[in-house]
Design a protein around this ligand. Sequence first.
Ligand code: IMP
Ligand code: MG
Length: 176
Amino acid sequence: MLKEELRFIPFLSHQRIASTVEGLAKKITEDYADTVPVVIGVLKGAALFTADLVRRLPMELELDFIQVERYGKYPEPQPTITIVHDVTFPLKDRDVLIVEDIVDRGITIKALKEHIERKGARSVKVCTLLLREGSPAKGSIEYAGIGVDKGFVVGYGMDYREKFRNLDALYIMEEG
Ligand code: IMP
Ligand code: MG
């Protein structure tokens, strides 16, 4: 697939992303005032979002990353995930905030939450930049930035076949 055959429809400007990140950071700051949370970014898609978010959090925190892989390719993912790279320090009795790029059917975030809970975390909350409209996971997301209806989103960390993560804004990608 050549880049020329793809169309990119602007979805969120970098300014819109930045103000969304700021709003999320404000809520997280209030909720985590009395603890030193472990913020865990989900690689690779949430790397840029996580980097921007933590710079807006004024409290002491620890930062780690986890990398997961889904069997099968979107949009036909299987209901199983593999941890490709795990967190690197103990999470027992810690307050954990998982940072995701997009929650769609919620399969990834459900598996991740269970994985972190098994490590004995005291609390596990989720912050996602994008939340698919009608996602069955909506009720289990504490901090959601912006809703996305249809379409495949790329940019700001999110990829299509590993490309376009470096775009500064978010786009809905269409083929042909
Ligand atoms: P879920 O497990 O169905 O909630 O899907 C979430 C995961 O699928 C995210 O972590 C992304 O890696 C990927 N994903 C879902 N929708 C998109 C999209 O529109 N663009 C890029 N990746 C997506
Ligand atoms: Mg992701």
